[in-house]
Design a protein around this ligand. Sequence first.
Ligand code: EPZ
Length: 422
Amino acid sequence: MDSIIVTGNGPLSGQIPIAGAKNACLTLMPATLLSEEPLTLTNAPRLSDIRTMSVLLQSLGAEVAQMQGGQVLALSSHAITNHKAEYDIVRKMRASILVLGPMLAREGHAVVSLPGGCAIGARPVDLHLKALEAMGADLELRDGYVHAKAPGGLRGGTVEFPFVSVGATENALMAATLAKGTTILKNAAREPEIVDLAQCLRKMGAQIEGEGTGTITVQGVDRLGGATHAVVPDRIELGTYMLAPAICGGEVECLGGRIDLVAAFCERLDAAGISVEETASGLKVARRNGRVRAVDVVTEPFPGFPTDLQAQMMALLTTAEGTSVLEERIFENRFMHAPELMRMGARIDVHGGTATVTGVDHLKGAPVMATDLRASVSLILAGLAAEGETIVNRVYHLDRGYERVEEKLGAVGAKIERISGQ
Ligand code: EPZ
């Protein structure tokens, strides 16, 4: 397994291009199952999770071709030839559950493996299933699989989510485009990835209003057509690279970055003493002098501070002046990076969903390991600021969500290299 070695070596300077969003692409790809006509996605990120979704879609009969080195995905689901999403693929990636809504809506039946829990929490899919039931689906859980039927097709209904779920909103939204009548999704997720999905579905002919607000209304249509759509920039990759100069000094411009995608995060950076400036081509982040100030962080659904940037923000706060309190409200077990950061000299107390971080003067490099994607990259960020060498092991998590991390950070002056394992 590959490792990444980072050696802290001072201020960074230059530009980092931001890729298309992993989590938007992972919901746009299954949208191909809604239509017989081709769907072309541009600005796709080149990540292992995208390859996993391609394999899943191909197993269902879709054609997936990568062009321009993987930045363009040409998808076509002329015929769905297999209606079972197998455990062996689904278990690798929870986003696989997003094939359920589209397949059921177009074909009237689908069998999809339950994804199971993962390192950051139990992560059930009950809200996905309840939403589809509210649209008339008949669901049965058997042998670890969801067996779903809607023989006469799905019908519109009102779905009121008890709390915000990104994935359940996406599944319900895709299913509703082909349901008979009107579907109203209440307490829907407002994440930019939902807005991106709605915009793509609309290009395919769907009738959707209200995306980006808590209530989305969908008027079902008989069929959807093809479309070409550019994937929205990855706000989590953006936030991660914005933290690089914040942590070790210097000035970096994140190309393609947009403030509307990371407003709550920028507000916290500002409070910590980091400057963020909009430029013609993105966002420029600088830490010119002095120590970062401690700030408190509470993770919330969009437009709040994203849970997917909590680990990286914690890496920044380990060397801030004062004590920061980070409250994780989305997932029950998302502080696995804390003990690893402590191996590097950070002072962190975790109690349930709250971590208290007392800033230290310096971190020290150490061998570390992480069990999820955002935790892994937080250790790389910490390594940029640490004295000496940090070896981040098990980096296959990183490759799920960050394309060419060592190249992007290396290009702005970071000392970082990948060591190939067996
Ligand atoms: C999406 O996961 C993202 N993944 C996650 O990104 C992200 O952390 C999360 O949204 C929150 O922003 C993708 O888009 C592929 P949720 P999702 O449903 O849709 C609970 C990353 O690092 N819940 O909004 O699975 C759930 O357990 C990843 O890129 C239920 O209880 O998240 C969690 O506590 C990790 N029942 C909360 O809701 C359900 O049926 C929010 O989860 C669904 C969710």
